[in-house]
Design a protein around this ligand. Structure first.
Ligand SMILES: [Zn+2]
Length: 413
């Protein structure tokens, strides 16, 4: 047994060792002071003041833009208007790419990160939808007014304000007004294919207002067909109608324990054509989502096992048709990155502690899957998106636009 003196020395060394460990462990510090200083910088402060003087123009443009039909895949009318505005605002390299995205660059002074701001032009509404806006009690109403027209309009307002105040950013800011977000991501995929090596940071404006996302959920969509021999209603059971294993499988899927970071839905099903025959082919859809890759894979395997067990039980076969399989969109340790910490500091500068989540399902996921650091957010809280009763609070679009001006200057350093 060591002497008391020796023991004390060991305890002392242990404390020194632990203290050393503590100081070498990286601490997550937000660049609060730097971001605050940026808001006081002459050019940035003037740009924010410009937004206040531009309120009527922002609201007028919000109404005009919302009232131009832009069904996903048929965005040209809206794109024409945006392209002309980007030229009027004097952006560099204004053009339409092969997918129909409208692109313009606001050049930086050199160095810094190259930042992209994206808002999508398309809506889920067919061309025949009435898009008349109306304003009542501080809210603006119309199909598509929020998703994603509010962010399109805010980006245009942001460019006007940055120009009016001569804001200098270090890196270039590329503004992209994308097509086909609501359908197949054809617009963003083309943009990333063309530019991903020349982008350092991507901001997709399409979603929440009180915070932002730093990762995207994975989504698996497929249809399970259960295939049996069929037969007349009056033939012996078994063999049963293929509807039986479908019903049993769906019942079991809804008994699965789904954790908080995952979702499972059977939204469609069908079978047979007539009353007096057993279905040969009965099917149902699965929409399985999670923000965690391991959870997604585990649930996917469980769903598949259950469907096969129910098919085996009645001697039928399974055919799984994959409609789409989008993996979880994330970059290792990105939550602790300079980009995310900077964004968090910007949000705190403008309001209460933000919700920082890993549940995006928008263009930020496409960027992350392409290996480009990306976040997503939005400039005003809206409700009932994808419904004709969609509406947004008006006031926050001004704050949101100012916040994005600061975010652009901070991220482009
Ligand atoms: Zn959207």
């Amino acid at each position: 047994m060591p002497a008391a003196g020796e023991m004390n020395r060991r305890v002392f060394l242990l404390i020194v060792f632990l203290a050393a460990c503590r100081t070498t462990t990286p601490t997550r510090e937000l660049p609060i002071a730097e971001v605050h200083a940026l808001t006081q910088r002459d050019d940035v402060a003037r740009a924010m003041q410009f937004v206040d003087s531009d309120r009527d123009a922002i609201i007028a443009q919000w109404r005009t833009m919302t009232e131009i039909p832009a069904p996903s895949g048929q965005e040209a009318a809206r794109a024409d208007v945006v392209e002309k505005l980007l030229r009027d605002y004097g952006l560099t390299d204004v053009h339409r790419d092969t997918a129909g995205n409208v692109i313009g660059v606001r050049k930086g002074s050199g160095g810094g990160h190259r930042v992209v701001f994206d808002a999508h032009l398309d809506t889920v509404f067919p061309a025949t939808t009435t898009l008349q806006t109306h304003i009542e009690n501080g809210r603006i109403y119309a199909p598509g007014v929020g998703d994603d027209t509010r962010n399109v309009v805010s980006l245009l307002a942001m460019i006007r304000a940055m120009n009016a105040a001569n804001v200098t950013t270090e890196g270039d800011i590329t503004f992209v007004f994308t097509v086909r977000e609501e359908t197949d991501f054809g617009g963003v995929d083309q943009f990333l294919a063309d530019h991903k090596n020349a982008i350092d940071r991507y901001v997709a404006l399409d979603g929440g207002y009180r915070g932002f996302t730093y990762a995207g959920i994975g989504t698996y969509w497929y249809r399970y067909h259960l295939l049996g021999p069929g037969g007349h209603t009056r033939s012996n059971n078994p063999p049963y109608s293929a509807t039986l294993p479908v019903a049993r499988a769906i019942d079991r899927l809804y008994k699965l324990k789904i954790p908080n970071n995952a979702w499972l839905n059977v939204g469609m099903l069908g079978a047979g054509d007539v009353y007096n025959a057993k279905a040969r082919d009965a099917w149902f859809s699965v929409d399985l989502r999670s923000s965690d890759e391991a959870t997604l894979k585990r649930l996917d395997a469980e769903v598949d096992r259950i469907v096969h067990e129910e098919a085996d039980r009645v001697g039928m076969t399974v055919n799984r048709e994959v409609t789409s399989q989008e993996e979880v969109a994330s970059i290792p340790s990105f939550r602790d990155s300079d980009m995310v910490r900077t964004a968090e500091a910007v949000w705190r500068e403008f309001g209460p502690e933000p919700y920082v989540t890993d549940t995006a399902s928008n263009h930020s996921s496409a960027a992350l899957r392409a290996g480009v650091p990306a976040i997503s957010s939005g400039v005003a809280p809206c409700t009932e998106s994808h419904s004709i009763t969609e509406s947004c609070e008006i006031e926050p679009i001004f704050v949101g636009t100012k916040r994005n001006i600061v975010l652009a200057a901070a991220l482009a350093r």
